[in-house]
Design a protein around this ligand. Structure first.
Ligand SMILES: [Zn+2]
Length: 821
């Protein structure tokens, strides 16, 4: 329906609104979605500025480690000793230091094990999984956790120490003053966990077919707990979900393993000639200038090597500078390939990318692993800073999953054994293993993700124990970008994958907490810690800020906090500071609430401007009335029956009113119009005249915010001739009322339809209310055929077992990174 609208001379009210500090809304339930975050964020200081940058007196501690470790293959344990040099850069005097003993998470009596809760099924029934039972049995058979043999000072004197679950306090004989350093030594050993049974970020993987092993050691050495300007000594114990809060330092590590093992570790190998054959060194040198992966250990050599063991040992020496952790892997099964990745700028113009994997990972790994490493560096460096270390490695440590350490990552995905049909004459020429598209993209995806962690949090050193999203969310965001640059329509969980459609499902669910929730208390770890923050950054980049502003601000954040320790407020403040755009509403909605995006167009009203001239308007009114209000049906049917009215039959009954309807213009009307023109200011009279000439179409478009999260409105406006126009309305349209907004549109052509978010770029959860006029929803309906119910008890039993296994896998699945970290 079209209406005409009368121009109102606007009255401006001087609004004098004063807000007191403590805001109390007692009239109506108005909520200001744009209230600034300052009151909720920590007060800026000399360590962290209000602009989100490190302050003039920013400091962080330093811990350098020298370690000797021996792998005992006979009983799958390690024994080791280390000397830690700890430098106190804080302004404070320290009387004790805290050490992280992460391996204690697996020990009898640990908080993590004691507080594990029982599983419940979908309908609340009690569930015991095979995996849970096997884990309990293994824990009864094998003792896990650190055995600390000694803690001594630099002169070999025992230091008093107290173990508190996954931490240990060492009391210093003398207080450690600001600017001083101290050294102490620790000796320890532990039984390595079987990762597939116990579940962790390191351990060993056993191949029962030929009784071979891959060892991958993580959280394997006592290391300094973080001491920070915002939290003092970090004292949240390792419960399993919240990862690590780390200090930077240099590492020198001597790793003694069986002589037929190949070792991959954080850092650069120092003694090639002592541990590699002449041929392996020759190939390694070729890899150092090759743009494609080349083998250093070939598949054939690895298969030969794993056939028998040895009691001889070799010691591999690695050095790593300025890293926040150290991990390593060792096996006689490893195939090894490498290539060079060249990059502009940074300390390392050439980075050696390498992969280590067993024959069971072929043919997938030699084709994709090292290329995926190089691709990650190419994309991530563009968004942040050049890859900051000399090597980047991917190790196949397990069947599925992923975990990150500086310069080394543990990644899953192996192909499936291929079984040819018995009567297949070409069986011999068929491959031994095949893989699905999902496995291929799963492998590339997990390697991108884990190598990506070298940037966040291995270099931008956020506090993982507190904030999962600061590394996983940011990393999953860049992973998503890198996947779409690997291959179009990258198959990550679904075809034509759009992370925003995926997150919308999660954000409408009941069982969730705000992103700003401590790591170990998160409900739905994957969607909350990974997908939602990643999606928020996609919305920020593609919809709120645009690529140019976002990319500049994001790079600024990465560069400001490279090798430093950012907190959420440093990220929030930097992205606003560098983009010049107030984003407090965005952080408040996406990070501090569980609202979701669901915008509806509820009504569109079209108008023409009235000239107020009765000689024009009365005629238009008459036409409009005829169009809008149909003639009375009884009157129509009377006429159709040939019935004449009395007044028609008796003309003498007619008078003035029969010749003039209510739209006849009178002098009074014309005088009123003249008076109106008289009363207008010159500019108002001009505007009125101009409107009559332009004859624009005026629209009042009503939007409703159903989800609660304020969102920009990307609009697709299609006119009656089919021309399309995109119009981006910023989120500030909701600043007076976050639930409802009416937008005025003045157009020279009539609008045929309006659609909100046609390109799926806001994470809107319900598109059935995004179009005006609303559309008929189209899809195909499968015809339903009644089937007789039969009971195949044997098949049912098998299905139940199968389901229990699948269910377990599902429960550990993490979107973007299945069973990964
Ligand atoms: Zn991760």
């Amino acid at each position: 329906m079209r209406f005409r609208i009368f121009l109102l001379a606007a009255a401006l009210f001087a609004m004098d609104v004063a807000f007191a500090d403590a805001i109390r809304q007692t009239k109506s339930d108005h909520y200001d979605a744009f209230r600034q975050l300052e009151v909720d964020l920590p007060t800026p200081n000399v360590y962290r500025t209000a602009s989100g940058a490190p302050g003039s007196q920013y400091w962080q501690q330093r811990a350098d480690h020298r370690i000797r470790v021996t792998l005992h293959e006979d009983n799958r344990s390690i024994s080791a000793s280390e000397t830690i040099k700890y430098t106190n850069n804080s302004p404070d005097t320290l009387r004790y230091v805290w050490i992280q003993l992460d391996q204690n998470r697996f020990a009898d009596g640990s908080i993590a094990r004691l507080t594990e809760t029982a599983s419940r099924g979908e309908n609340g029934e009690d569930v015991l999984r095979y995996g849970t039972l096997a884990r309990a049995q293994r824990n009864a058979d094998v003792e896990h956790g650190f055995k600390i043999a000694s803690v001594t000072d630099s002169r070999g004197r025992e230091l008093k120490h107290t173990i508190v679950d996954t931490m240990m306090r060492i009391d210093l004989p003398q207080p450690l003053r600001s600017g001083q350093n101290t050294s102490f030594s620790i000796e320890w050993s532990f039984n390595i966990i079987e990762e597939s049974v116990i579940g962790g970020r390191g351990g060993y993987d056993h191949f029962p077919e030929n009784d071979t092993y891959i060892y991958f050691l993580a959280q394997w050495h006592p290391k300094l707990a973080a001491y920070t300007d915002y939290g003092g000594w970090k004292n949240q114990q390792f419960l399993g979900a919240g990862e690590f809060t780390q200090e930077f330092g240099d590492y020198e590590v001597e790793i003694t393993v069986p002589a037929d093992h190949i070792v991959s570790a954080t850092g650069v190998l120092q003694n090639e000639s002592a541990v590699l054959t002449a041929e392996q060194r020759r190939r390694l040198n070729i890899a150092r200038s090759s743009d494609k992966p080349v083998f250093i250990v070939t598949p054939e050599e690895a298969i030969e090597n794993e056939k028998q063991g040895t009691t001889d040992t070799k010691t591999w020496i690695f050095k790593a500078e300025n890293v926040r952790d150290f991990a390593w892997a060792s096996s006689r099964k490893f195939i090894w390939d490498g290539m060079i990745h060249r990059q502009e700028g940074g300390e390392f113009p050439e980075v050696l990318a390498m992969s280590f994997y067993p024959q069971e990972a072929e043919p997938l790994w030699s084709q994709y692993s090292t290329q995926a490493i190089a691709h990650t560096m190419e994309v991530y460096s563009r968004f942040s800073f050049p890859y900051p270390y000399p090597v980047a490695q991917s190790v196949n440590a397990w069947e599925s999953g992923g975990m990150e350490y500086p310069m080394i990552t543990f990644n899953g995905r192996r192909p499936e054994p291929f079984e040819a049909d018995e009567d297949d004459p070409d069986a011999d020429s068929k491959p031994e293993r095949t893989y699905s598209r999902r496995s291929k993209h799963g492998l590339v995806g997990v390697i991108i993700h884990e190598i990506g962690h070298t940037y966040f949090p291995m270099t931008v050193n956020s506090d993982e124990r507190q904030w999962t999203w600061m590394d996983e969310g940011i990393n999953s965001f860049l992973q998503y970008l890198a996947e779409l640059e690997w291959e179009e329509n990258f198959h990550n969980h679904r075809e034509n994958y759009n992370i925003l459609e995926y997150v919308a499902e999660y954000m409408t669910s009941e069982n969730q907490v705000p992103i700003m929730t401590q790591s170990d208390s998160i409900l739905q770890f994957g969607p909350n810690g990974y997908t939602k923050p990643a999606s928020s950054l996609v919305v920020l980049r593609e919809t709120v800020l645009g690529r140019e502003l976002f990319d500049f601000a994001f790079r600024e954040y990465a560069q400001r906090w490279k090798f430093k320790r950012p907190t959420p407020s440093d990220l929030f403040r930097t992205l606003e500071d560098a983009s010049g755009v107030d984003l407090d509403w965005f952080w408040r909605g996406w990070y501090y609430s569980t609202d979701h995006v669901d915008i509806a167009i509820t009504s569109v009203r079209e108008y023409k401007v009235s000239t107020s001239d009765p000689d024009i308007e009365m005629e238009l009114d008459r036409e409009e009335r005829a169009r809008v209000i149909p003639e009375n049906i009884t009157q129509i049917r009377n006429r159709e029956e040939g019935r004449k009215t009395r007044v028609d039959r008796l003309p003498e009954l007619q008078d003035f009113y029969n010749e003039n309807d209510e739209y006849t213009v009178t002098n009074a009307d014309r005088n009123k119009y003249a008076e109106l023109l008289e009363s207008l200011e010159d500019w108002e009279r001009e505007a009125l005249k101009r409107a009559a000439i332009d004859d624009d179409f005026i629209y009042f478009v009503d939007f409703e915010n159903i989800g609660g999260l304020v969102s920009p409105l990307p609009l697709l406006i299609t006119d009656v001739d089919g021309n399309e126009e995109f119009l981006m309305i910023p989120a500030e349209i909701w600043r007076k009322d976050y639930r409802a907004a009416t937008k005025l549109l003045i157009r020279d052509k009539a609008i045929a339809s309006i659609e909100v978010d046609p390109r799926r770029q806001t994470a809107d959860a319900d598109f059935s209310n995004n179009s005006y006029p609303s559309r008929i929803e189209k899809s195909r309906l499968e015809l339903y055929k009644d089937e007789e119910e039969t009971r195949d008890m044997m098949a049912d039993m098998l299905r139940v077992l199968r389901k229990a296994k699948d269910g377990e896998e599902d429960s550990e699945a993490v979107p973007l990174e299945p069973t990964g970290n």
